[in-house]
Structure formats: C-alpha cells, structure tokens
Write a protein that binds this ligand. Structure first.
Ligand code: CUA
Length: 317
C-alpha cells in the first residue's frame, strides 16, 4: 500500500521527531498569529471611524519604553526557544550511532535518477530502495550514505526522515528505521535541472523474511531464456552497454541505471512511466518522448530490433 507522503504521518524515528518539533513550532506561531490578529481586529472595531459625533484629533503618543522593550525582548526569547528546541532535535537525530545490526546503503543522485547500492550485499539497483522493517525491540535501521554524480539533489522521504542535500564531492548521511511495512514515496527536493520533477524515490519496507527473499533474488543472475538470445546479442552489440550494466553480460556501463533486475522495478525513467513491456518499448524507441531532456539517446532502432531488445529486457526480472 502506498502512503500519502505527509510529514504528519511519520513512520520512522527521525520523521516522528520532525512531527514533534513541527507541532511545537506551529503551536507557538499559531499563538502569535491569534494574539496579533486578535489585537488587530479589536483595534479595527474599537477605534474605527464613527458615523456621528464631532471629528477630533486622537491623542498623539510619542514612544513608550515599556512597550518597545516588550516587543523587542519577547520575540527574541521566542526565537531563542525555537532555536534551542530545533537544535536539540537535530543533534538527537544526527548523533545517533550506527548499530552493528544496521543495513548500509549508498544512494547516488544523478540527473535524473537515483542509483541505489548495497555494498555489503553486492546489489545495485535504481530509484527503488528496499529495506527491512525495524522493530523497536530489535532495531534494524538503514543508514544511507548520500553522494552525487553531478549536481546538488535532495533526498527526501517525508514519512521516514528529513530532507538531506546530496552534494557533489561531499558525503552526507541520513538514517531511517521504518516501523511498518509498506511503500513510502519521496522526491528529489532540490532543483537539479530540466527533469527535477521526475526523480521519484520509492522506499519499499519489507518484513524481515520478505526482505531476505528480495536480497536473494537481486543477488541471483536474471533468468537466461534461450528464446531471447537474439535480443541479448543485440543489446551487447549496441551502445546500450556503454551506459548500462547487466551482471553476467559484457554490459558494465555505470552512466545509466543498472538493468540486471530491470523488471523488478515499478517505473521507468524514475517515475516517467509505469514499467510495462509496451512502455519499455516506447522508452527504448525514444526516451525523450516520455521524459524530455533525458540523457539517454534514442538509438534509432528498427521495429524488429526494438522487439528483440524488449523481448530480452523483459526477462531481466
Ligand atoms: Cu535531483 Cu532535483
């Protein structure tokens, strides 16, 4: 089930902390709003122009030390309180040490897709992060190392953690401990070029056994049906392999998403289209028709070549 990506529906410790601090900030600012708006409305009603009676100059007031002090000191104290509360939450989240049970993954922001690597498990995939659920009694959080291949992106899954910038030549970290299985969506949250809006992020949280099965499937080589030999040879003979990897084949490019288990993913082009054989054919034929500005070129393939290639690609499960 896909959840609404709202910060008010948290499912992981950092997101719960963000909701708490949001309520504190919203509470304080709501009180300020009510006081200021209340005084403004009272003044309008009480001191509005009267229809009858003599016109006279209102009393002129030149400064009041007490009032001026109050409207300087009180806002200053409010800002100090907001600062201290926020700083306390930030340190509590960012200083959390990584337990030995944690899953380690690396997410690399690219124009315009996410590479997801599991260095200790030997898995490379794209745009979809699969993690185990973290039971508070025996937590299995996921610690995510964030890197960029090109420009600044921002990794944001509102229900699981706060935004974290993904910056070239700098490594940032974020961690999540999702409490409930499900699908949590997010989006690149820093303008990064033409297709910034098509950098969908999906985090699929599995119960432990299901996660282990996912790992085993990802670690295996994809099925190698003899019926698709022509397509496989075509794939290996084209420029596809300069950018894409398929484990167990000559394809070892790293510029585009790893395709070893392409069909295990739900979308093409980081959310540009649902991953169906028809859309896959349209995508290979002319990626820019589905995602204008995409860096993958149209390969000018014939209809026969497209059919062969797609017949091969759909075996990458
Ligand atoms: Cu990547 Cu916006």
């Amino acid at each position: 089930m896909t959840q609404t990506p709202s910060i008010f529906a948290p499912a992981s410790t950092p997101a719960f902390a963000i909701r708490e601090v949001s309520f504190v900030v919203l509470g304080i600012t709501a009180a300020i709003f009510l006081i200021v708006a209340g005084v403004a409305v009272y003044t309008l009603v009480r001191f509005g122009r009267r229809p009858v009676g003599p016109r006279q100059e209102p009393p002129q007031v030149y400064g009041s030390r007490q009032i001026e002090l109050a409207w300087t000191v009180v806002p200053f104290l409010i800002v100090v309180v907001l600062f201290l509360v926020t700083a306390r939450y930030i340190f509590a989240i960012e200083r959390r040490p990584q337990p030995p049970s944690a899953l380690e993954i690396t997410v690399v922001g690219n124009q315009w897709w996410w590479e997801v690597r599991y260095p200790k498990l030997g898995i490379v995939t794209a745009n979809e992060v699969h993690v185990p659920v973290s039971n508070p009694a025996s937590p299995t959080p996921t610690f995510i190392t964030l890197q960029s291949a090109d420009v600044i992106h921002s990794f944001w899954i509102p229900q699981l953690a706060g935004k974290m910038d993904v910056i070239p030549n700098k490594t940032n970290r974020v961690w999540i401990d999702p409490r409930a299985p499900g699908t949590y969506v997010g989006q690149c949250a820093e303008y990064c070029g033409l297709e910034h809006a098509l950098m969908l992020l999906v985090v699929v949280v599995h119960p432990p056994d299901e996660f282990n099965r996912w790992v085993a499937r990802q670690q295996a080589l994809p099925g190698d049906g003899a019926s698709t030999t022509a397509g496989r040879e075509l794939f290996a003979s084209l420029a596809c392999i300069n950018c894409h990897s398929v484990r167990g084949t000559p394809g070892n490019g790293v510029f585009g998403p790893d395709l070893t288990h392409l069909m295990a993913r739900s979308t093409l082009g980081a959310g540009a289209a649902r991953n169906t054989p028809e859309n896959l054919r349209a995508w290979v034929k002319d990626p820019a028709a589905l995602k204008p500005g995409v860096l993958m070129p149209a390969m000018k393939l014939s209809n026969d070549q497209l059919d062969q290639l797609v017949a091969y690609l759909v075996t990458l499960r």
